[in-house]
Design a binder for this molecule. Structure first.
Ligand code: GCB
Length: 599
């Protein structure tokens, strides 16, 4: 079963207990912790097998490990920034949490992981209960009947962040490979028949109708289910034996619609005889018409910025809390953005919920990024799983308007077959949103051409464009290639009658480094690149939005220029502490004018 099928949604309203906090960690460089150094040998497995959770003073055979006296890591958290010894470690780490739980025999219990990077094995009281692949997606495991009522439980997680060629993402990424349980871990309790998922979204073709799709799970899966919005009952549907039910209900047209200027969310409750869930949901439509993007039927320009899932402050690390997400997004709001590109993988749910709350539309993406093993069926299966986890988790969020299936993948037959399968998957899981991908600007006629050759005509004709609703295009004129003179006369065209978002452009600048407008790595040069870029982009008739690269400097191991990069990609408009660079104001004033033009 795909991990997404077993995902719980509406978790915020559930009876739950956080398993965040101090976990003991054992580094396992030779990866022997599951079975000992001799594989299946029972004697050595007992001495070395970490899932048994024995220790120095445990009775019986000696154990050569001990969680109790091993270092502590905070969860959520990567190991790289918590312990200097682990900074560049890539491999297996075992983490253990002991906890006691009230066990109600009438109810079911799940352990929910926000994310763990990358391959995860989960053991409860020495029994393996789950495996999961993918460093950014949520997953959960049912542990009903496995918890001990009267003594402590041992939850042991082996996380391995080794980069591999067939994984998603693969071995080379321009971001840091933070290892560990990087997002919240929660013990969640539900009734024996419960609402596993409920999708409540406006019909894109008729904004006065809400489409409801419910799945119940448990022995009495066939039930009447009532849906109410803002205290008013919309109607009742009936689930079948398998627990599935769909219905369409009228939604009062007076109910305020969600938009960046009025990010209103309404209390939605879904109840059946055995369960009831509540959440805040915003209602809006998103569509395209020719080269325009329409929000609630009105064309608008997507004034955006790209972000990584990295918090402000020192040390740079993954976002862990809603407040950290809000603090980062506040810089995008101050820039005048109505849109963010959550690159290049599934961001923390806190960030997506903060987008809903703060009125930022969002582009959400999976790490199908550089060098994917297109021929590998397991790779495709994992990409589909990751996409499904993302969509199932976030398809009730009004802020999410675009699912992106890939970033910078050179056109080739098998690549297009692979990505088409993902586009299809996205549409099946969510027919209410738009699908995009960040394409290469320098791919024309199905080939990637030499970027160093100057060209003053950019034709966006990647064959995948046929399948997308919105074309995303990354380009680095004025930085990796292309002169300012050529940019001034560059013409853009596309055979597709579709909107285009320039999903990346930018230049590195070390905060505080000043110089001439022609001096690389200075704030002045970065600002100059932005001025030339914005002048060029303003002339593209099918441009529907921009998400320059990037809001904040971020950790990137192959960015090595001493005293400038030092392991960070410096294309941020702000540095890691939130200080603005000159280009920030250049973009802010362009967005102000652009949004004023569009009314
Ligand atoms: C890109 C990638 C992004 C990099 C960026 C850069 O094209 O999509 O992940 O960080 O360029 O800075 O070169």
């Amino acid at each position: 079963m795909s991990a997404a099928n077993s995902l719980l949604t509406w978790t915020g309203c559930r009876t739950s207990e956080s398993l965040n906090g101090a976990w003991n960690a054992i580094i396992d460089v030779y990866d022997v912790g599951a079975s000992g150094p001799f594989g299946g040998d029972a004697m050595f497995a007992e001495m070395f097998g970490f899932p048994a959770d024995r220790g120095r003073n445990s009775p019986g055979r000696r154990a050569e490990y001990d969680f109790d006296t091993s270092p502590v890591l905070q969860v959520p958290g990567d190991w790289n920034t918590q312990n200097e010894r682990f900074h560049f470690y890539e491999g297996s780490m075992w983490l253990r949490k002991r906890f006691s739980a009230q066990v109600d025999a009438e109810r079911r219990t799940f352990v929910y992981f926000g994310a763990a990077n990358h391959g995860t094995w989960v053991y409860l009281n020495s029994k393996k209960v789950a495996e999961h692949e993918g460093g950014y997606g949520p997953f959960c495991v049912e542990v009903t009947g496995l918890l001990k009522p009267d003594e402590e439980n041992s939850l042991i997680v082996r996380v391995n962040n080794q980069r591999t060629k067939s994984a998603i993402p693969t071995t080379r990424t321009d971001w840091f490979n933070y290892g560990g349980i990087t997002r919240d871990v929660t013990l969640i309790e539900v009734p024996s028949t419960f609402i596993r998922d409920a999708v409540v979204q406006l019909d894109p073709a008729n904004p006065t109708v809400v489409c409801v799709d419910v799945s119940l799970d448990g022995p009495n899966a066939s039930q009447a289910v009532t849906v109410s919005v803002a205290g008013e009952t919309l109607g009742t549907l009936h689930t079948n034996e398998a627990g599935r039910g769909e219905a369409r209900f009228a939604l009062p047209s007076t109910l305020r619609r969600w938009s960046p200027s009025d990010p209103v969310r309404h209390e939605v409750t879904v109840s059946c005889e055995s369960d009831s869930v509540t959440d805040l949901i915003g209602f809006r439509t998103i569509a395209t018409k020719g080269t325009q993007i329409l929000l609630n039927g009105e064309p608008l320009f997507l004034a955006g910025i790209s972000l990584h899932d990295e918090s402000l402050g020192d040390p740079a690390r993954r976002i862990q809390t809603a407040d950290e997400a809000r603090a980062l997004l506040a810089h995008a709001k101050a820039l005048g953005c109505n849109f963010v590109r959550l690159a290049h993988y599934q961001h923390n749910e806190h960030t997506v919920r903060a987008c809903d709350e703060m009125g930022l539309m969002a582009w959400c993406e999976i790490p199908v990024y550089w060098g994917i093993d297109w021929e590998n069926e397991a790779t495709l299966a994992n990409a589909k799983d990751q996409l499904a986890e993302l969509i199932v988790r976030d398809r009730n969020r009004a802020s999410v308007i675009l699912w992106s299936v890939a970033n910078e993948t050179p056109p080739a037959e098998q690549r297009t077959v692979f990505l088409r399968a993902l586009v299809k998957e996205a549409r099946q899981l969510d027919p209410t949103r738009l699908v995009t991908a960040a394409l290469f600007s320098h791919a024309q006629g199905g080939e990637v051409f030499d970027m160093t050759k100057e060209s003053d005509h950019w034709m966006i004709d990647d064959p995948l464009g046929e399948d997308l609703d919105v074309l995303g295009v990354n380009e680095y004129h004025g930085w990796y290639y292309g002169s300012f003179e050529t940019m001034a006369k560059t013409r853009w065209s596309t055979p597709y009658d579709k909107p285009m978002i320039v999903s990346e452009f930018g230049a590195d600048a070390k905060a505080g480094l000043r110089g001439g407008n022609d001096e690389s790595w200075t704030e002045d040069f970065q600002a100059e690149v932005y001025r030339h870029q914005l002048a060029m982009l303003a002339k593209i008739p099918f441009l529907a939005g921009t998400t320059p690269w990037i809001l904040k400097d971020f950790r990137a191991p192959f960015r090595l220029l001493p005293d400038v990069q030092d392991g960070f990609n410096r294309k941020g408009l702000i540095d890691t502490n939130g200080n603005h660079k000159l280009a920030y104001d250049v973009l802010a004033s362009w967005y102000q004018d652009r949004l004023a033009q569009k009314g």
